[in-house]
Design a protein around this ligand. Structure first.
Ligand SMILES: Nc1ncnc2c1ncn2[C@@H]1O[C@H](COP(=O)(O)OP(=O)(O)OP(=O)(O)O)[C@@H](O)[C@H]1O
Length: 307
């Protein structure tokens, strides 16, 4: 339903995105994760045709945003950055004006949407009197008015209280359940996406470091606590074979590497192995590891016993 291919973007010579590609299936809730400045908003901006990429493109339903923005975005509703409203007008008047920009305002459909986002009581009040949560609901109503098939949301729960976050989560899950909505949203909060997303894309310093389910992330780079002697020789051997050294006696194996084979190879090269045990890590630990430091995706070297 949504594909980004080879996105590159530099701001004043500084890379914000470096060859980022991923896709979102129809009816999928997909989280775009990463720390501050990782490139999430730039990616959404490119998908929405608001930021021009230096290379690569985004397509929605097979139509390129960069080549035919109007057609590609016809099926898209979005909340991007802080939504701007006319403060001195009511929520209802805002919806009327903003919907008018993109199509015809259908009162019946709009009333249904307002009820759906729980703003019925306040919709005749001036937006200037709205709380942050109410503004987010109004923005959601605006995004949903054109009955989109794809929803793109930029940090949708930023600044919401726990109740607001829960409301938002249930709302999005219902939308997918009832309408098969495809949703892509960005966040730096792992707990939030964990409860909502089918799959995630994780960016780090403008590069894609992970795309897949959070469950498979749990299986990524299993960590082992090891006792190896001599440590310096073992370290050199492990690094040569694509094993990441996380600290003294703590290593991460590439996912495809069989620990039994590396133990045999260590022993075969004269290293004494007195402990080699898997460490259980929380998803939070894994996420922090992947967004702070990660071995390159380059092929590990073949096993080369040290001389
Ligand atoms: N208009 C701009 N002009 C200059 N630099 C920019 C611009 N927009 C983004 N950047 C830079 O590009 C990089 C990626 O920014 P981006 O806003 O996409 O990150 P983000 O992951 O959305 O971060 P956050 O979670 O803080 O919103 C950052 O280094 C940022 O400073």
């Amino acid at each position: 339903m949504l594909t980004v291919t080879g996105l590159v973007k530099n701001f004043r010579g500084k890379p914000a995105l470096q060859d980022v590609s991923f896709n979102v299936e129809r009816g999928e809730i997909h989280g775009l994760l990463g720390h501050n400045g990782a490139g999430k908003s730039t990616t959404l901006g490119i998908i929405l045709g608001m930021v021009e990429p230096d290379a690569g493109e985004a397509s929605i339903g097979g139509i390129s945003v960069q080549r035919d923005q109007a057609s590609a975005l016809r099926q898209v509703g979005a909340i991007f950055e802080s939504p701007a409203f006319y403060e001195y007008l009511s929520g209802w008047e805002n919806l009327k004006i903003l919907a008018g920009y993109s199509g015809v305002f259908n009162e019946r459909a709009a009333l249904k949407t307002v009820a759906r986002v729980g703003l019925m009581k306040a919709i005749k009040n001036k937006v200037g009197t709205y709380s942050h949560g109410m503004r987010q609901r109004l923005a959601l109503a605006q995004a949903l008015l054109p009955e989109p098939q794809v929803l793109l949301l930029d940090e949708p729960t930023d600044g919401l209280d726990p109740e607001g976050i829960k409301w938002f989560r249930d709302f999005i899950l219902n939308l997918r359940e009832e309408r098969g909505m495809t949703v892509l949203f960005n966040s730096h909060l792992l707990a939030e996406v964990e409860q909502m997303c089918d799959r995630v894309t994780i960016l780090r310093e403008g590069k894609l470091v992970y795309e897949g389910t959070l469950n498979s992330l749990r299986e990524e780079a299993p960590v082992y606590e090891v006792s190896l002697e001599p440590w310096e020789g073992a370290r050199e051997f492990l690094e040569l074979n694509g094993v990441q050294i996380l600290g003294p006696g703590r290593i991460a194996l590439p996912p495809e590497m069989d620990p039994a084979i590396i133990v045999a190879a260590l022993v075969g090269s004269g290293i004494r192995v007195s402990a080699f045990a898997p460490v259980r890590r929380s998803l939070e630990d894994l996420y922090l590891e992947i967004t702070s430091s990660k071995p390159s995706k380059e092929e590990p070297l073949p096993f080369l016993p040290i001389a």
